[in-house]
Design a protein around this ligand. Structure first.
Ligand code: GDP
Ligand code: MG
Length: 172
């Protein structure tokens, strides 16, 4: 299934010395490209506290919410990544949220390699966990894209109309 996911490189990577940061970003982009994943939007920016709170709103009320959002309100690199099963593919490359666990279970994952094991918020990278969250997160940071998942129902209807074809609402 063709889909797009939202990826954000976290401040612990963006704060590294230039050469090291470039090496890490190149490695991440190589991993995406090997999986046939294309970066279709890219923006380096400072995330505001309000944006950080909105981005992580599913975690509002949890003990780590304030710490996480204050940490994230800093320099980040946001991307929209498109490809077959992009959401699951990227989550596999990213690895588990807990860096210590990532190092043991998925030592080649991005979080194992570049996450900071001493700070839970600083696990190098964020990636969407569902088609709905990807759509929301993309439109939050890239509002000018008016993004809709390629497989979304309304889009499918448009495609079918164009083909002058009957089509069901099946999401496949
Ligand atoms: P993800 O989807 O894999 O990023 O993981 P979650 O949605 O469970 O959590 C979101 C982010 O919250 C994680 O990537 C971590 O950076 C952060 N996080 C999770 N647990 C903690 C914690 O106990 N303390 C802090 N400060 N951050 C945490
Ligand atoms: Mg999550």
């Amino acid at each position: 299934m063709l889909e797009a996911t939202f990826v954000m490189i976290k401040p612990n990577v963006m704060k590294k010395p230039k050469q090291e940061q470039e090496r890490i970003l190149k490695h991440i982009m190589d991993l995406f490209s090997k999986r046939n994943l294309s970066i279709i939007a890219l923006k380096q920016h400072k995330l505001s506290l309000e944006q950080a709170r909105n981005h992580y709103k599913e975690h509002e009320g949890k003990v780590f919410f304030e710490n996480l959002t204050h940490y994230m309100a800093d320099d980040v690199l946001s991307m929209v990544v498109l490809g077959e099963n992009a959401i699951a593919e990227v989550r596999l490359l990213v690895g588990p949220a807990n860096v210590e666990r990532a190092k043991i279970e998925f030592p080649n994952s991005i979080r194992a390699l570049y996450g900071d094991p001493t700070n839970a918020a600083a696990n190098a990278i964020h990636a969407s966990d569902s088609t709905e969250s990807a759509e929301r997160e993309i439109n939050h940071i890239f509002p000018e894209m008016h993004f809709q998942q390629p497989n979304s129902i309304s889009h499918k209807k448009v495609l079918c109309k164009e083909k002058n074809n009957f089509c069901s609402n099946k999401k496949d």
